[in-house]
Design a protein around this ligand. Structure first.
Ligand SMILES: *[C@@H]1O[C@H](CO)[C@@H](O)[C@H](O)[C@H]1NC(C)=O
Ligand SMILES: *[C@@H]1O[C@H](CO)[C@@H](O)[C@H](O)[C@H]1NC(C)=O
Ligand SMILES: *[C@@H]1O[C@H](CO)[C@@H](O)[C@H](O)[C@H]1NC(C)=O
Ligand SMILES: *[C@@H]1O[C@H](CO)[C@@H](O)[C@H](O)[C@H]1NC(C)=O
Length: 572
């Protein structure tokens, strides 16, 4: 308490002398030009993560160019070397052999040439024939135009690929022929079609229509814009960080970006600059016409499917040829204020990488934390067949509740008792806000109270509610942060998503990765995911507790609960 009060008065003084007004809106980030080069005098450890990726200090955002190359995973990310707010962006670089423990290297790409002198923004890696990695990224040129550039490793024999060179024939793609030069960024991994030509898409918009502009190339040097975008959707605004990749209609294996044909579907994900969240569709990508057509199983706009219904943005996947899987990285933004970020000396983390595959019904993706995270599991507690009646709450003791992995399997009773679902409830986030963890129902709310103080002054609730729908039960998953901290100046939005799962047998599961200020939750084995950032003032470190609860009038049985204390990962 004392500390935060001190911090607060310090920053009030700071506030007065440096005006914290929003100076400019540049791309998708608020730009505080007076603050973006203010070095942290010290870094506050209170909310730092034990096993989620973050550098020692300063601001980070989008994961960039993730790849697996000659046995090493590379993660680049947008980084401000000079402060804890967005600005001065370079491509920071870390390498790993397990996607969990990391070795930091010097920044790989930073402004140095006319075609990127005003910024090196997001992009992706492509492994070219002959096993040559290439990075496509957005540079900001002297006229503040967004252009697309390529970079290659300086020394392909260096296993860490420390240094990158940018050929003078950059930029490869410039915003001409009607492309808005402020809305042209974030090239994907390139793929090649049956004609042997490369293709890549770039996020853009035309008025309110979001789009993925398509380029083709024979040689990776000369690129031609296709007549039509690969895909676009009306009224969605700017598409940032598009991602297009093939998924198999059966099994969990990942596919190389250029795979297409029988038994393959494609996923197109976009980050909505206007909404600050992402959505994706599953669809058919036809190489011959270079058109992507989403299936009609979900909406092709902000009401569509999301990887994550919480704090998760600017994500990117890569094909991990080492383990034959597709892996998803996403940026988890802070939910506290800019002043708090400067005060704590850092902002932003990356999610635990998730393996993604197509659900057996073909309607959505399934995501699961990569297996390697389980190597951090230490002490374990387990209990079985514990019945939770209405109002029951019990503590899961003996583990480090602020740094934990917890998995719960539930067995529900008769679903006939469920409350009736009103078909006008189309927005799960609104529904979760109205029916928070304290609102009694029939089946649910039941779930976990995490990052909770022993007196329950502070807690976050991750829980389910089951409703009786017209044709089948409706499962709602919520992450309620409304009581997560006594601090006022924090975004405490309650998040929610529907869970597309068959629960006629009454079985449902929940997993949460808890890491001090992170709660990353996976409902029904990864069919719905919600990430939240929390900043408790009491439930910190050893003062954080974990509980299981049920506030539904119907009894719920925990058939199996496993919880592990997690070790810290080696990240820097
Ligand atoms: C390239 O990297 C290899 C392996 O680290 C090293 O032995 C070699 O000296 C490097 N070559 C140059 C030109 O730096
Ligand atoms: C181009 O995009 C910028 C950034 O979103 C926007 O402010 C501007 O109005 C757009 N220009 C046109 C001509 O659409
Ligand atoms: C999203 O698309 C659906 C059709 O798939 C439409 O009914 C709905 O109105 C759209 N919503 C928005 C916010 O554009
Ligand atoms: C990041 O979080 C801050 C604080 O909650 C918010 O103002 C901003 O819009 C967020 N940005 C994105 C891209 O999510």
């Amino acid at each position: 308490m004392g500390l935060s009060n001190l911090g607060f008065s310090f920053w009030v003084i700071f506030f007065c002398s440096f005006s914290l007004s929003r100076d400019v809106v540049d791309a998708s980030h608020q730009v505080f030009s007076h603050l973006q080069s203010v070095q942290a005098s010290s870094v506050t450890h209170r909310y730092r993560t034990g096993y989620h990726f973050q550098p020692p200090k300063n601001w980070i955002n989008d994961p960039n160019g993730p790849m697996y190359y000659n046995g090493i995973y590379h993660l680049f990310y947008q980084y401000n070397p000079k402060g804890a707010v967005w600005g001065n962006i370079v491509w920071a670089h870390s390498v790993s052999t397990d996607l969990i423990n990391w070795t930091p290297l010097d920044p790989a790409i930073y402004p140095s040439k006319p075609f990127d002198i005003n910024g090196c923004w997001s992009g992706s890696a492509t492994i070219l024939p002959g096993n040559i990695p290439a990075i496509l990224y957005t540079g900001i040129d002297p006229s503040n135009r967004q252009v697309q550039n390529v970079a290659y490793p300086k020394n392909i024999s260096d296993p860490m690929l420390r240094e990158w060179i940018k050929p003078d024939y950059n930029p490869l793609m410039a915003p001409i022929n009607g492309i808005n030069s402020s809305s042209f960024r974030d090239p994907t991994t390139a793929w090649h079609g049956p004609d042997g030509h490369w293709r890549v898409i770039i996020g853009s918009k035309k008025r309110r229509r979001g789009m993925a502009i398509l380029y083709r190339s024979k040689d990776f040097v000369h690129w031609m814009k296709a007549k039509h975008p690969l895909h676009s959707s009306k009224n969605t605004g700017m598409w940032e960080c598009p991602d297009l990749y093939p998924v198999s209609i059966s099994g969990r294996n990942g596919l190389d970006p250029s795979t297409n044909g029988k038994g393959i579907k494609h996923v197109l994900k976009v980050s909505l600059d206007d909404k600050k969240f992402e959505y994706y569709t599953i669809g058919q990508y036809t190489f011959q016409t270079d058109r992507y057509v989403p299936d009609d199983t979900s909406a092709d706009n902000s009401t569509g499917l999301r990887y994550d219904y919480g704090k998760f943005y600017a994500s990117k996947t890569f094909y991990d040829s080492g383990k034959n899987r597709r892996v998803l990285w996403g940026w988890m933004n802070e939910s506290d204020s800019t002043i708090s970020d400067i005060n704590k000396g850092w902002a932003g983390i990356q999610c635990i990488p998730r393996q993604v595959w197509l659900d057996f019904n073909g309607r959505q993706l399934v995501q699961w934390p990569i297996k390697e995270v389980e190597s951090l599991r230490q002490y374990k507690v387990q209990l079985q067949n514990r019945v939770l009646a209405n109002g029951d709450l019990f503590e899961v003791k003996k583990i480090t509740a602020a740094e934990a992995d917890i998995m719960v399997d539930y067995q529900l009773g008769s679903l006939d008792k469920a409350d009736t679902f009103d078909p006008t409830w189309t927005d799960p986030q609104v529904l979760c806000s109205q029916k928070g963890a304290n609102v009694q129902g029939s089946i649910g709310p039941f779930g976990l109270l995490v990052m909770a103080s022993s007196g329950l002054e502070e807690y976050s609730a991750v829980f389910f509610r089951i409703f009786k729908g017209q044709h089948k039960p409706v499962v709602l998953m919520c992450s309620d942060q409304s009581r997560s901290t006594l601090q006022p100046d924090v975004d405490k939005t309650t998040y929610g998503g529907f869970v597309d799962v068959d629960i006629e047998d009454g079985k449902l599961s929940l997993r949460s990765l808890i890491d001090h200020s992170v709660i990353e939750s996976f409902g029904a084995m990864g069919r719905t995911c919600i990430t939240a950032r929390v900043y408790p003032t009491i439930a910190i470190g050893n003062e954080a507790h974990l509980y299981a609860f049920n506030l539904g009038t119907e009894t719920v049985k925990i058939t199996n609960l496993k919880a592990w204390s997690m070790r810290k990962a080696k990240i820097y």
